[in-house]
Design a protein around this ligand. Structure first.
Ligand code: ZN
Length: 749
């Protein structure tokens, strides 16, 4: 099998989209090399020189080190230890991955390189008959090698300071990971294996690269770019990179293979049906089809055959190999003995500075020198929101040097102090926000961290009546004073007041971000209500209007994406736990229809010009608990779409609330806001008994505005400020029309 790939050709570019079994994310190493050669043509000769050298050097490698099955046995002392630094480039989004996720990747790398992964059981061995009738045997189990390389996060930085081996750099450029970005944070590449983790890799105009590596041979000015770059959601197997997700967790293993000198098994050779492939004799060359259906490629079943080669047995593609692109049951679980020889030769001759004992001491990763690092204090809580009278559990995540003592301080908590790694549950009796402090001390010093206002304690029962309430975005609205708040998990981007509204003058807008510089795809923004007392009632409702246009054009970043989600939740425990009551997703979330005519390029600002561009969401009935402490949450998950607008949020008790009627009567208050008087203008489709009352914001009935029978047609009822002794603020016009009740806001200036 032989792939037909020519590095640097347009053909290659076309392949990228089909690589890795149809994944959009693939390896960009070959493309990176092609770009480098294009920018620096002498690199081609350097590569050829390196390969000729390597071939000679490998002749000196003791075959017994890798060609015998005995070579697979684990040795007590690891041969090569490599200090690692991981640079996490982030924009405060989910790409700012946790330390646990980084460690999970290092752990996975070590399992991969030491032949310890659990999926090694999927390796195949067997017999097959070629079309010409020859019998061939293959045994990928016995070819698998323990590479005897171990990666360790650095404990000392280049200046000799203590470190956990992770550097975090805040920059919107994480959306366009490339060699330039690497230079913002790089540690001496002769001493550290540099891994850069980004949100998105942008090689030229190509997006959708999972990772890319730099090969061991020399580059003009290349030292500062030596290492690998990987997207965060293929790095590690916890957090944003979960096992079973497509693409998979072996990306860094694959890229590290390149960094240690391995090519793809389908790598270029002098002719398209050549025999050399990656230059490794125990990885059969692989036919790599540009057609996504891959009709000629060997499968796990071994039923397909090479159409090129007649000169040697056509072994099945080694889909088990980490350097192959295949994804499936038997995929990505081994390096071979000959690949091990190549890696060792590279480590001995081209990357030898990394694993020298002097460097292991310099970077703090050796087993010999005692740690002189003080510990670093860190902690977390699983529920920083809670009700007064509830308990909160805190978890210690301190790291670094040895820790002998823990000293916790809980402002507003009982107990107010604690010792030990596990402080137990802390009770909070009074509403407010409280600091938490942790001091850790060990033989090498101590460290203290204080998280200000870390715990939010809310009243255990409602401070608002069960009657009507509204959160509008009028410029004098008191919605924040009443306890409504926006909460952002990651984003810099926030909801801001905007002068287009469903029914008044302003809404809250979450602005589009065509290049995702400020928004992170998948990040979540929420509006959380104050608490309402709905004990003993089943007629509560929660409603709001929103407007949204998806950016489904493929030319935009995040394009073709309909992953936005709008959810409504309720909570009866101050936001500690939430229950989903409504989910609006896929194309249903669009308020301007679906199909090409309803889609917008993110280059065009979506403005919902009239009410037809908005949708109403209502949660009512059994979806709202009959509880004295009910909170609502509207949650919007961003995924690269256009502007999202939120308006006219209403909470109340309804008696025969009729949304159709509300639309039909076309209610307006003019002017609104008003100084002296306003006219309530509406349309009755038939003659009705009408009763209009005015309420204040706390639900107090201020009196009757109108009571009687009105004929079909346009109606006009005036409210004078002085007649009701109104002071500036929001008031509610409560209309009973027939058996239905409607509410509208008016504002006195
Ligand atoms: Zn690759």
């Amino acid at each position: 099998m032989k792939k037909l790939l020519l590095i640097g050709s347009l053909f290659f570019m076309g392949l990228m989209a089909n690589a890795q079994n149809g994944n959009t994310n693939s390896c960009g190493t070959d493309q990176h090399l092609a770009e480098q050669i294009k920018n620096n043509p002498s690199l081609k000769a350097a590569k050829e020189n390196y390969e000729a050298n390597l071939k000679e050097l490998m002749k000196n490698y003791n075959p017994n080190d890798y060609r015998t099955k005995a070579g697979q046995q684990k040795k007590a002392t690891i041969k090569y230890i490599i200090p690692v630094v991981v640079h996490v480039f982030h924009n405060n989004g989910s790409e700012n991955i946790s330390e646990a996720q980084v460690k999970s990747e290092i752990d996975f790398l070590n399992k991969s390189f030491r032949n310890l992964n659990s999926d090694t059981i999927n390796r195949r061995a067997g017999m097959f008959i070629t079309p010409s009738g020859d019998t061939n045997y293959y045994d990928n189990k016995s070819l698998a090698a323990d590479i005897e390389v171990e990666f360790r996060l650095a404990k000392k930085d280049p200046q000799g300071n203590c470190t956990n081996g992770i550097v975090r750099i805040f920059t919107p450029l994480t959306n366009k990971g490339n060699d330039e970005l690497k230079k913002m944070s790089v540690w001496d590449t002769k001493r550290y294996y540099n891994i850069w983790v980004v949100k998105q890799i942008n090689r030229g105009n190509t997006i959708g690269i999972a990772g890319y590596a730099q090969f061991p041979f020399g580059f003009g000015g290349g030292a500062s770019t030596d290492g690998i770059m990987v997207i965060h959601n293929e790095f590690g197997n916890v957090g944003t990179s979960q096992p079973g997700q497509t693409p998979n967790v072996t990306t860094s293993t694959h890229e590290t293979g390149h960094w240690l000198g391995l090519y793809h098994p389908f790598q270029i050779s002098s002719d398209s049906c050549g025999t050399d492939g990656d230059g490794v004799f125990d990885t059969p060359p692989t036919y790599f089809s540009p057609n996504s259906t891959e009709p000629l490629r060997n499968k796990c079943s071994n039923k397909s055959y090479n159409t090129c080669s007649t000169e040697k047995p056509d072994l099945p593609d080694m889909q088990e190999n980490y350097m192959d692109y295949f994804i499936g049951n038997c995929a990505s679980n081994m390096f071979t003995l000959e690949q091990k020889a190549r890696i060792h030769t590279v480590l001995e001759n081209f990357r030898f500075t990394l694993w020298q004992p002097e460097n292991l001491a310099f970077t703090g990763v050796d087993d010999l020198s005692p740690s002189t690092c003080p510990p670093v204090a860190a902690f977390n809580s699983q529920a920083p929101f809670t009700c007064a009278g509830s308990k909160v559990l805190f978890l210690d995540y301190s790291y670094g040097g040895t820790i002998n003592t823990y000293e916790w301080t809980f402002e507003g908590g009982t107990p107010a102090t604690a010792t030990g790694k596990v402080p137990g549950q802390i009770q909070y009796d009074n509403a407010g926000t409280y600091d938490v402090t942790l001091k850790v001390t060990g033989p090498n010093g101590s460290n203290t961290i204080t998280l200000p206002d870390y715990v939010t304690v809310l009243p255990a029962s409602s401070n608002l009546p069960g009657g009507y309430y509204t959160a509008d975005w009028w410029y004098q609205n008191n919605w924040e004073e009443k306890g409504w708040r926006f909460v952002y998990e990651n984003d810099q981007n926030q909801f801001k007041r905007f002068g287009i509204s469903y029914n008044q003058n302003a809404s809250m807008r979450y602005s589009q971000d065509p290049f995702n510089q400020y928004n992170s795809v998948g990040s979540i923004s929420s509006l959380i209500s104050p608490s309402f007392d709905f004990s003993g009632t089943t007629t509560a409702y929660f409603s709001f209007n929103y407007a949204f246009a998806q950016a489904v054009l493929s030319s935009t970043v995040g394009g073709g994406n309909t992953a936005e989600e709008l959810k409504v939740y309720t909570s009866v425990d101050c936001g500690k736990t939430w229950i989903v009551r409504e989910t609006i997703n896929s194309t249903n979330i669009s308020t301007i229809g679906t199909g090409s005519s309803a889609t917008l390029s993110s280059a065009i600002d979506f403005i919902p010009a009239d009410q037809s561009k908005w949708k109403t969401v209502t949660v009512s009935g059994a979806k709202i608990p009959s509880n004295s402490n009910v909170r609502f949450k509207i949650e919007f998950k961003y995924s690269g779409g256009n502007n999202f607008y939120l308006d006219n949020v209403n909470v109340g008790l309804s008696t025969g609330l009729n949304q159709n009627l509300a639309d039909a009567i076309q209610f307006k208050a003019q002017p609104n806001p008003f100084n002296v008087s306003t006219n309530l203008i509406y349309n009755l489709v038939s003659s009705e008994n009408v009763e209009i009352h005015l309420f204040d914001i706390l639900g107090k009935d201020l009196g009757t505005v109108f009571s009687g029978t009105q004929a079909a047609g346009s109606q006009n009822v005036e409210i004078e400020k002085n007649a009701f002794h109104l002071t500036p603020g929001i008031y509610l016009v409560n209309m009973k029309i027939g058996n239905s009740t409607l509410n509208h806001k008016i504002i006195v200036e």
